[in-house]
Design a protein around this ligand. Structure first.
Ligand code: SF4
Length: 177
């Protein structure tokens, strides 16, 4: 669904259709950003438990803190939660949909994906300047969002991955307005 800027506001149904027109998205739901859960412990799990901490510019400590992200979320009224198909590039999908929604007239559109960034062989963290700022987006968890609680609240499936045979659920979020 392609729309030009300044056209009438997209309905929730139209936004979900737009999101699901991306082949990597299996389902999409409109949620209020006030329902997105942020928590201080999420940053702790990044810092002590993820080997990506400090390794890329879209991850902590460079990404927004949970408190900063709460303030950002509180600036929005509408968001789309994306349930993505296994094995797809959630960050690329978030960046693509962000652009489509921006071009539909939503100048505040911002996408968040999952996991760390792999666009560059080695992220130039010492330069503090992303080389692909047009498409590199932070993950929800990297910005202090409690993805499990947020996703469960929206009625989507998610569970702790215990074995390599288990198929994980991946989610993205687009802040719209
Ligand atoms: S695009 Fe490159 S520079 Fe930007 S965060 Fe990702 S790895 Fe780092």
């Amino acid at each position: 669904m392609k729309r030009k800027a300044n056209q009438t506001k997209l309905s929730n149904k139209e936004l979900c259709e737009l999101a699901k027109s991306n082949s990597g998205v299996s389902d999409a739901r409109i949620i209020s950003p006030s329902e997105v859960v942020t928590a201080a412990w999420v940053r702790l799990k990044c810092q002590f438990g993820c080997d990506g901490f400090g390794q890329c510019l879209v991850c902590p400590p460079f990404a927004p803190t949970p408190e900063q992200m709460r303030n950002v979320l509180d600036d929005y009224h509408r968001a789309i939660l994306l349930h993505c198909r296994p094995g797809v590039d959630v960050k690329a999908i978030a960046a693509e949909l962000e652009r489509e929604i921006f071009l539909a007239g939503y100048w505040k559109a911002f996408g968040l994906g999952a996991g760390s960034c792999y666009f560059c062989r080695q992220c130039p963290v010492e330069e503090k300047q992303c080389r692909h700022a047009d498409r590199a987006r932070p993950s929800m968890e990297g910005c202090g969002i409690d993805v499990f609680s947020t996703v469960k609240k929206a009625g989507f499936p998610i569970e702790v991955v215990r074995t390599t045979r288990q198929c994980p659920n991946y989610y993205g979020l687009i802040l719209v307005d």
